[in-house]
Write a protein that binds this ligand. Structure first.
Ligand SMILES: [Zn+2]
Length: 272
């Protein structure tokens, strides 16, 4: 983009542009959790999040996910350059319906990614239903975020190695970096596959430190998953002795580059 990704706050300090790569808006029918608008906006406002990538809750039928996608699109219109959509239809929908909805989300609603949740949607990433997700994303030129950690074996980070090799240009983000239990496996997978990135919600700060030092900060991105978890996740990055450059990548630049998003702050020259 060629524009500095920092801005000056009231005290003359340069703020780091923070992008939350993992948020939700909509009811999750598997985890029975209501991700509401108030929580999303409060999480952003009270923690200085400049932009969020927003995905629906887990849904089953097409009609429900279409409604949730449309709500996310409405919000992205109200907050252009600050809210970006990520699609998540059920991969067990008929292939043509699944692909049509992903295409609508990207081409009509401007979404920037797609989510695959092997646990919530009971999808083996290497099955035909799983392959539909990666093929659709590859065709549309958007990254895929895959839940990893709870829900093994299909949520194991290593399940993504064959996919990452089959689609070398596709960017794959491991949500939760395998969780605490499989974080080391996530790191090995990311070392093997250069098109795999790690989103770090719910993993310990010591693990995040190791990711940054082994992989480099341009492969690691901040995500909160829940509004109540935003402050905790940011504090993890800010409390482990990372350099300013490393923090800039982990808190914003990695997500900006991977999702190829254009923040309004760069377009409008506004201050945070
Ligand atoms: Zn989530």
């Amino acid at each position: 983009m060629g524009v500095s990704r920092t801005s000056i706050d009231n005290q003359g300090q340069e703020k780091i542009i923070t992008v939350d790569a993992h948020t939700h808006l909509g009811y999750d029918y598997v985890f029975e959790h209501d991700f509401n608008l108030q929580g999303l906006l409060m999480g952003m406002e009270s923690n200085g999040i400049y932009a969020s990538i927003v995905q629906p809750g887990t849904t089953f039928d097409l009609e429900t996910v279409v409604k949730q996608h449309n709500k996310i699109a409405e919000l992205s219109k109200k907050m252009p350059g600050r809210i970006f959509g990520m699609a998540n239809p059920n991969p067990h929908l008929p292939r043509c319906k699944y692909c049509q909805e992903i295409e609508r989300c990207v081409k009509d609603l401007g979404f920037v990614g797609v989510k695959l949740h092997p646990f919530a949607h009971a999808v083996n990433p290497n099955s035909s239903a799983g392959k539909n997700v990666f093929e659709a994303a590859s065709d549309l030129g958007i990254p895929v975020m895959v839940h990893t950690g709870s829900g093994v074996p299909w949520s194991l980070p290593s399940m993504l190695i064959p996919i990452a090799r089959e689609f070398p240009k596709l960017k794959i983000i491991l949500a939760h970096s395998g969780g605490n239990l499989f974080a080391e496996e996530a790191l090995i997978v990311a070392e093997i596959c250069s098109n795999i990135y790690l989103e770090t919600s719910w993993v310990p700060s010591s693990v995040i430190y190791r990711f940054c030092k082994v992989l480099g900060p341009n492969r690691v991105m901040f995500g909160s998953d829940h509004p109540e978890n935003v402050a905790t996740e940011i504090t993890k990055f800010r409390s482990i002795g990372l350099s300013r450059n490393e923090l800039e990548w982990c808190l914003g630049k990695t997500a900006i580059e991977v999702f190829n998003i254009s923040l309004s702050i760069f377009r409008l020259g506004e201050n945070l």
